[in-house]
Design a protein. Structure first.
Length: 367
């Protein structure tokens, strides 16, 4: 049953995330939507009558992605001023929003049909922190399996260069270097060699399709231009060399991959970021069961790892977590990170460790 108050509150929750993530333009826009959205358009009515759980469904990000696409198409000067930050007065934002909804109702309506598939390449740095811990435990050679790969941008992780607080990883001549602001403990260098990278998604996107590229760009917050530049370069890397991305149910795919022969001296690793919240619980439970069963069979010669960077609801950041077999079957939280990889903080304060006992339970979209 629709809950108008709850649907408005979802935009207030997103306002909090945006404020915490250094995105004041989007925060102001979310506040204006929460306070001023009306039923003067089909799209506005659909948002207010949203039947699902709006935060889990990423309703605010669906809608704002459509607004940004409108601006990127040069179709609405009023909203363009809002997205540039030229219009910051709440009443003026509300007026621009109301006008856009009436004038571009048909354009905005389909943006509510599915969740955003941002697949932010900056999150590869968070995943790399986890992979370094796996390499430290089990050796440098790693076979990567990613679920929820979306457009496959993080499947380029072996082709990106990283600067993690001064620790350099990856090809020196990589078109994309990901260098998050580093906080907390330094990370110890460790040899790492990714021998293969494969991914799956229930609805994969072909980022090399110009229409899909434009859609992905609409989900990139304009307040962080480095993200847009990185997206463009990452898609160019895909055009130069395709990634191994298939359409599949996450549980079906993982079960099949874990049943394949594993090369000796190579650690097989499941990784994902901002994915777990989207999985139906039966699918998530099958993945847990498959990983635990495969972990029980793992040996020193053929280890198994699991790396995730998933959101924490209260603090609007990611938690980087790892477990591996044999010998490390309990989750270890390595640190926290900005939802788009802008910063990483290695280390979890003792008082916060109990918050992250069950990283599988994360159920928030930060964007």
């Amino acid at each position: 049953m629709a809950d108008e108050a709850g649907n408005r509150e979802a935009f207030r929750i997103q306002e909090f995330y945006c404020s915490k993530m250094g995105a004041p333009i989007y925060a102001r826009l979310c506040a204006a939507i929460a306070d001023g959205l009306t039923r003067n358009s089909r799209t506005g009515t659909r948002i207010l009558d949203w039947p699902g759980e709006p935060t889990r469904d990423a309703l605010p990000l669906r809608f704002i992605g459509g607004l940004h696409a409108l601006v990127r198409a040069g179709a609405d000067a009023g909203m363009a001023a809002v997205f540039r930050g030229d219009t910051s007065d709440p009443e003026a934002i509300a007026v621009a929003l109301a006008a856009a909804l009436v004038a571009h109702d048909d354009f905005l309506w389909p943006w509510l049909d599915g969740p955003p598939q941002t697949n932010e390449p900056g999150r590869s740095s968070e995943l790399m922190v986890g992979l370094m811990e796996i390499a430290r435990r089990h050796g440098p050679r790693i076979e990567l399996l990613e679920i929820g790969s979306s457009a496959g941008l993080n499947l380029l992780i072996d082709r990106f260069a990283f600067d993690l607080g001064g620790v350099k990883i990856g090809p020196a001549d990589a078109p994309v270097t990901i260098a998050p602001d580093w906080k907390g403990d330094p990370i110890a260098p460790v040899p790492i060699h990714i021998v293969s990278v494969r991914g799956s998604d229930i609805q994969p996107l072909d980022a090399t399709d110009p229409a899909i590229e434009a859609r992905l760009a609409a989900y990139v917050w304009p307040e962080a231009p480095v993200r847009g530049e990185r997206l463009t370069k990452a898609i160019a890397m895909q055009r130069a060399e395709v990634v191994d991305l298939v359409r599949a149910d996450a549980a079906d795919w993982i079960e099949a991959r874990l049943a394949e022969p594993q090369e000796a001296g190579v650690t097989r690793v499941l990784m994902h970021s901002v994915v777990w919240q989207y999985l139906p619980e039966p699918v998530a439970e099958r993945i847990r069961a498959a990983m635990n069963a495969a972990g029980a069979r793992a040996t020193a010669a053929r280890p198994l790892g699991w790396v995730m960077a998933e959101p924490d609801r209260a603090f609007a950041h990611h938690v980087i977590s790892v477990k591996s077999w044999p010998g490390h079957a309990e989750w270890q939280q390595l640190g926290t990170a900005h939802a788009h990889g802008a910063w990483i903080k290695l280390g979890i304060e003792e008082r916060d460790k109990r918050r992250y006992d069950l990283p599988e339970s994360a159920k928030v979209v930060a964007g």
